[in-house]
Design a protein around this ligand. Structure first.
Ligand code: ATP
Ligand code: MG
Length: 394
């Protein structure tokens, strides 16, 4: 018979906001487990199990890469903190030896420490204070420079006696926070190639939203490389948001018609009204209940209250703008954190920049915009664009 594989080290995950969610908790935990399984697929074979409000991620064999698993887990929403933990038998001597062996480097550099024990398995013959004392004493006998500090130790060693074994860990790693993707429903992110929309996507995925991307492309004014840039951005966001699809909507004809027939000061607004109409179509077609944009109040002419009013009056679903009250520096800081910044600043033309008017109207009147737009055959242009939508699975 094949012997059971006992991993040397595992990951322990404490749920974040999940703990608060009362009745929905099960759904949330299941979504988190599903997302974790999906994200760990490149790191090797792992067993995931749930017990005592902790998720255990255990390597199935020596090929499973715990380093890579840590990296993946740190980007899964719904996790407040997690730790790497050494696994040993539920035996005091084994625990003492494993503590010194596992944390040797840290014990050598720390000045003070404390052992905190938790005995979830009450059949273990020592109480928690006894375990702390015994393990602490053993550590002191090996590292004479160390002192115990129960209030503010340099190194806090946790020993947990659980159903499946004893775990030793010393450092919590920060999780990505938020809610598991999928628990907040589905929404469509209107993604350009800029800095803002990928950040907006990340922020809403963090609130548990499963994303679908919508991108308006205007070839030949916008290039193949501009489109590739959007794909790369979506893939980078996908490291947090999970798998997504991207719908690319052809926008050239609409923009040319606007340019040919409408007053220049309204170009951007009329274009944005088309984007709103089309995005809702694609969103509804893909079971999305809301749209997301990367708009930030006052950033450009089309991001004033009157300009947004002229576009939002066409909306039949909520439009989320998570960046609306943020400064550019704050947005850039997040884009650097999620590693989209360097891609976003690559200089490829976006459909907005190609047709930017010299003097855009910042305080538009709805009636005047509608009048300017009325020369266009909106229905026909929409139909034409929707027929040309291409869908990519990322
Ligand atoms: P970003 O940095 O996201 O490009 P921005 O500051 O350049 O934003 P705008 O170009 O006015 O602002 O666009 C505002 C929002 O409209 C974007 O954040 C995005 O959600 C949406 N948007 C703009 N262009 C496109 C496009 N080509 N395809 C899809 N959505 C777009
Ligand atoms: Mg833009």
């Amino acid at each position: 018979m094949q012997e059971k594989y006992i991993p040397h080290e595992i990951l322990l995950i404490k749920n974040g906001e999940l703990a608060l969610k009362g009745l929905n908790r099960r759904t949330f935990e299941e979504a988190l487990m599903t997302n974790l399984r999906y994200r760990l697929r490149h790191a090797g074979d792992f067993i995931l199990r749930k017990a005592q409000s902790t998720i255990y991620i255990e390597p199935k064999n020596d090929y499973a890469d715990l380093e890579e698993a840590c990296d993946a887990v740190s980007r899964v929403f719904g996790i407040a903190a997690f730790s790497r933990a050494r696994v040993t038998a539920k035996d005091l001597v084994a625990i003492q030896q494993a503590t010194v062996e596992y944390l040797g480097d840290r014990l050598a550099t720390a000045k003070t420490f404390k052992v905190e024990a938790k005995r979830a398995d009450k059949s273990f013959p020592y109480t928690s204070p006894e375990i702390s004392r015994e393990v602490g004493g053993y550590v002191l006998s090996h590292y004479h420079h160390l002192k115990v500090d129960v209030h503010n130790p340099d190194l806090l060693i946790m020993v947990e006696i659980r159903d499946f074994g004893a775990y030793i860990h010393a450092q919590q790693l920060p999780g990505a926070g938020g809610m598991p993707v999928g628990t907040g429903g589905k929404a469509a992110i209107m993604i350009s190639g800029g800095i803002d929309s990928p950040v907006a996507a990340y922020m809403m995925a963090k609130r548990g939203i499963q994303l679908t991307g919508i991108h308006f492309a205007s070839p030949p004014y916008t290039s193949e490389r501009a489109e590739q840039k959007v794909i790369t951005l979506m893939e980078k966001v996908g490291r947090y948001a999970g798998h997504m699809t991207l719908h690319i909507v052809p926008f050239t004809r609409i923009q040319e018609e606007i340019q040919r027939n409408c007053p220049e000061e309204y170009f951007t607004l009329i274009m944005r009204r088309f984007m709103m109409r089309l995005a809702q179509w694609v969103a509804r077609d893909n079971d999305c209940g809301a749209l997301i944009t990367g708009e930030s109040l006052g950033q450009v002419a089309s991001q004033t209250i009157p300009a947004m009013a002229v576009v939002d009056c066409l909306a039949h679903m909520p439009v989320f703008r998570p960046l609306i009250g943020m400064d550019k520096e704050e947005i850039v800081a997040i884009s650097r954190k999620i590693d989209t910044f360097e891609t976003s600043i690559q200089p490829y033309e976006d459909c907005c920049t190609v047709f930017t008017p010299r003097h855009p109207c910042t305080r538009p009147k709805r009636r005047l915009v509608e009048e300017a737009e009325s020369v266009l055959d909106v229905e026909a242009l929409m139909k034409d664009a929707l027929e040309g939508v291409r869908t990519l699975k990322l």
